[in-house]
Write a protein that binds this ligand. Structure first.
Ligand code: G6P
Length: 483
């Protein structure tokens, strides 16, 4: 079997380069170890004078990366438009932020169709396709249109919202009907599964029986596959990273003061405004914590051409400066606020340095920062995770201090409690979380999804394995014009 993985964003897998978002970090080890080819956007666009999709291909572990230039005429309407101004807010239950036009929708469909044509280049007789995330809801249907009959799975990294919220996207019926061309649809949590199943029955009149729905496309299995991380590898990386120059400089600058850390893309789903307000509230309510603890908030700019994102960036900059102005001293800055990305290596060391990890999204599919923070801790003296109960990760990391990200007072109290938690309790909570991370690794997620996809299509005789040696690639490791 050969596996073709598709996502909008790719990463080249250099541990020293910044990586955007959990999806790229999660897929990297499975492509490296499974021999898959990972196809996605190169981040560049091309105009329509070129007949065939252009792909730059390079090796990645035992697998390969194929970076496609997407069509210039449709890229904006697809990425900033429909994917991130209509679907993303809807999927994160922010119906108030949905901005949609027919033109953007058509561009989204064009890019899905373009990707389907490009994928034919990487198809072999035993290929299975695994499509990732909301950028490509209709890609399975486009592949079927082109005559692809091999198994096609889809995994949604974001939440799936309540029926009335997704119905705020005018094209919801067409899109969900197109999704039913997939053989398997995976969600992060039971809630996402339930919301999707309830949409199918209430809006499309399709019943889900034993996790299977029948539509004009045939049968589709729906199931839950919470995504994990390689906790052992991340732990080793964190232990080494503690001596990285950036991490040592941070430690020296703390002068014995405690550190809380937040690491997020600058996105309204991440609850950053409420988090900053909670720290403000904490320093007001507990003046003894001023100077005793500071917050390092990394907020990596994202999708900046979209108004909701640029507005948020301005709001946060004002808020942080107001809080620092009120609580700061000549030799103490309460919030160190950084608008840039860091490599996984440096992040691992920063997480290990911080006594508290604050991960307080208003809604999040999983949130791998929460898992990475836990994996990075020193087992002898672990930090405390303060986690939103609306992040998918809260289902597994239930011995974190769970908070409601809308309750600013409650968060302020919980962060103060985290800072004074005794070692014994910290260790008990951390050990329970780490044991779960080790059981539900990214490799486990990958194998379960691929096995379920093959079973769904009656192909699961030989178990899927991670390979140590690369298979001979059917594609040349150089730039090609994908046909
Ligand atoms: C989330 C999404 C991913 C996306 C990532 C970064 O994790 O689920 O699909 O790639 O954010 O967002 P960006 O728009 O920068 O690719």
């Amino acid at each position: 079997m050969s596996l073709v993985v598709v996502s909008n964003r790719l990463t080249r897998g250099n541990a020293n380069e910044p990586m955007t978002g959990g999806l790229a970090a999660a897929l990297l080890p499975i492509v490296e170890q499974s021999g898959a080819i990972w196809v996605g956007s190169s981040g560049r666009v091309r105009d329509g004078t070129q007949k065939e999709p252009f792909a730059e291909i390079e090796a990645l572990g035992t697998g390969a990366l194929a970076m496609l230039d997407l069509p210039a005429a449709h890229y904006g309407g697809y990425y900033e438009g429909f994917a991130n101004s209509a679907l993303w807010p809807a999927l994160h239950s922010r119906a108030d932020l949905i901005r949609v036009s027919q033109e953007d929708y058509l561009s989204y469909r064009e890019v899905n169709a373009f990707m389907a044509r490009a994928l034919l280049r990487f198809r072999k007789s035993d290929s299975i396709f695994w499509i990732q995330d909301y950028h490509f809801l209709a890609l399975g249907a486009e592949l079927r249109e082109l005559g692809v009959t091999r198994p096609i799975g889809f995994f949604l990294h974001t939440p799936w919202p309540a029926r009335e919220v997704i119905e705020g996207v005018p094209h919801h019926c067409e899109l969900v009907e197109a999704m039913l061309a997939y053989d398997l649809i995976g969600f992060q949590t039971e809630d996402d599964y339930e919301n999707f199943a309830s949409y199918l029955s209430s809006t499309l009149g399709l019943a889900v029986e034993d996790g299977v729905v029948t539509s004009p496309h045939g049968k589709t299995r729906i199931a839950v596959f919470p995504i994990g991380i390689d906790a052992e590898k991340f732990a080793r990386q964190a232990a080494r990273a503690i001596s990285h120059p950036d991490v040592s400089r941070l430690r020296r600058s703390l002068n014995g003061e405690k550190l809380a850390i937040g690491v997020d893309r600058l996105d309204y789903s991440k609850g950053l405004v409420n988090r900053i307000k909670a720290f403000d509230q904490m320093w007001t309510a507990h003046p003894s914590l001023a100077r005793a603890v500071s917050l390092l908030q990394i907020a990596t700019p994202s999708r900046g051409a979209i108004e909701a994102y640029s507005n948020l960036q301005n709001e946060l900059a004002r808020l942080v400066s107001d809080v620092n102005g009120r609580h700061g001293e000549v030799d103490w800055t309460p919030i160190r606020y950084l608008n840039k990305g860091f490599s996984q290596t440096v992040l691992a060391g920063l997480y290990r340095t911080a006594q508290v990890g604050v991960v307080t999204p208003l809604h999040d599919g999983m949130n791998l920062v929460a898992k990475e923070y836990v994996a990075a801790q020193n087992p002898a003296d672990p930090g405390v995770l303060v986690l939103s109960k609306f992040a998918g990760a809260a289902n597994e990391l239930d011995t974190a201090l769970l908070v409601n990200p809308n309750d600013i007072d409650g968060m302020a109290r919980t962060i103060a409690m985290a800072l004074s938690m005794p070692l014994l309790e910290r260790r008990m909570r951390w050990e329970a979380m780490m044991a779960k991370l080790q059981r539900h690794s990214i490799q486990h997620w990958f194998t379960r999804f691929v096995e379920t996809l093959r079973e769904t299509r009656g192909e699961a005789e030989t178990p899927m394995q991670m390979v140590a040696e690369p298979p001979a690639p059917p594609w040349p490791l150089r730039s090609v014009n994908a046909r």
